[in-house]
Design a protein around this ligand. Sequence first.
Ligand code: G4P
Length: 525
Amino acid sequence: MTLKEEIQRRRTFAIISHPDAGKTTLTEKLLLFGGAIHVAGAVKSNKIRKTATSDWMEIEKQRGISVATSVMGFEYEGYKINILDTPGHQDFAEDTYRTLTAVDSVIIVVDAAKGVEAQTRKLMEVCRMRHTPVMIFVNKMDREGKDPFDILDELEQELQIAVRPLSWPIDMGERFRGVYNMYRDSLDLYKPSKQVVTESVHVELQSSGLEKHIGDSLSKKLRDDVELITQVYPVFDREAYLAGHLAPVFFGSALNNFGVKELLDCFVEIAPSPRPVQAEERIVDPYEENFTGFVFKIHANMDPNHRSCIAFVKVCSGKFERNVNYRHVRFNRMMKFSAPTAFMAQKKEVLDEAYAGDIVGLPDNGGTFKIGDTLTSGEELHFKGLPSFSPEMFKYIENADPMKSKQLNKGIEQLMDEGVAQLFTHQFNGRKIIGTVGQLQFEVIQYRLLHEYNAQCRWEPINLYKACWIESDDLAQLEDFKRRKYQYMAYDRQGRDVFLAESSYILMMAQQDFKNIRFHFSSEY
Ligand code: G4P
């Protein structure tokens, strides 16, 4: 196969959802179709069990297990599919944001009864920012849920994206009969089963064959519904989908393996192969001969006796090969890797080559990589677009053991390189503030500082609402703002100005009073 063919057949995506909507179940069913696993239930170890949510050590243990499954690669109908797993626990949302920088598209799972939930809304914002194409799977149709038309309205409003159903449910709950596949004009009849693929029959919507399968009244309702859909929703436009303006919607039941194959078949056909990636210097085309890639995630080993990490590299262009020298741009040093790993379903195995779209795992035994690092065949290149979002929780981090301040600083720096949390330094008094999206991360940091760096930290409260990156063309106003707010100004790790707003009211007033200043809630602007 040529380089071009290899890259064209790749589909790299993430499944995102609010916890419990059915992400794990759907992932598992996709793997079943790919032949990557043979029994249902095999991916469960990938999931952070709900019973353990207050015990983060347990969670970390489970995340450790999940390294092998954090990327699931498999072959399906000539396509190479890479599913990037995202942690279900919302305290690790930052991980999910970063994973979204490494995918070419996204499938969103929504629970038909619950509709759009908080976490989904937030993740969609990230997709929108990056113009990531999204497809939506409305799950749990075997249960009583909202009216499908209401769900479509809700999706449009809450996720702020145009939608177009490509399959349509025939009733729901106990009366659920199947879906009409509008993409292929076929009727898929529902048979509740966790393992068996459902029956699909080709039926013209207007033919009497429909009555034979689903009876008179459901046939009439289906025809009316489909007519309404064609009147209300424009014809599916792939370009609009690829531009991130339109989300095709599918209905089904992941648990019963229903509607999943339809989703997958349509997905491989219309979802994008690796897309060009913006670097600071230029746009990198995936089909370029030379290899380029960037680190989007670092997974640390929680075992203090083996302080090793795996750096996850997304290949952006060309072909990556084992034992070939590549340039680590930040160090300006050539390096080769003798044991890069591929992630095939549940196995981790040493790979010899990988293509644009693939994820390569590089073992790192000592601070070689940090999030955002670029590797190339030699070119000076910096991939950008690994945004930090304003954290939601803030605490001062203080040294609890004055003899170990060096260790503490080193530990903090390295944990931040891994992307565990964000560090801000107060411009006024130099105190360090750690920002996270969840309480668990503070516990993780404290534990890891002690066990890996032999340093002790103490948390002190600080009452903050948001961190905003600020900029302005009006330098006089910017200076005036910084002078007046000097007690609330900090630097991020790149030395950029960050305003720490105490409340939404204070932020609103600042925005009103300083009209020439732009306040950003993510570091990418
Ligand atoms: P998540 O990864 O998004 O958090 O969700 P997960 O797949 O674990 O699904 C959450 C729960 O919803 C699970 O039940 C799962 O079996 C159920 N579920 C998923 N898809 C469907 C569906 O199509 N129909 C119905 N009725 N239920 C579905 P659980 O009881 O929490 O877990 P388990 O004991 O079944 O594993």
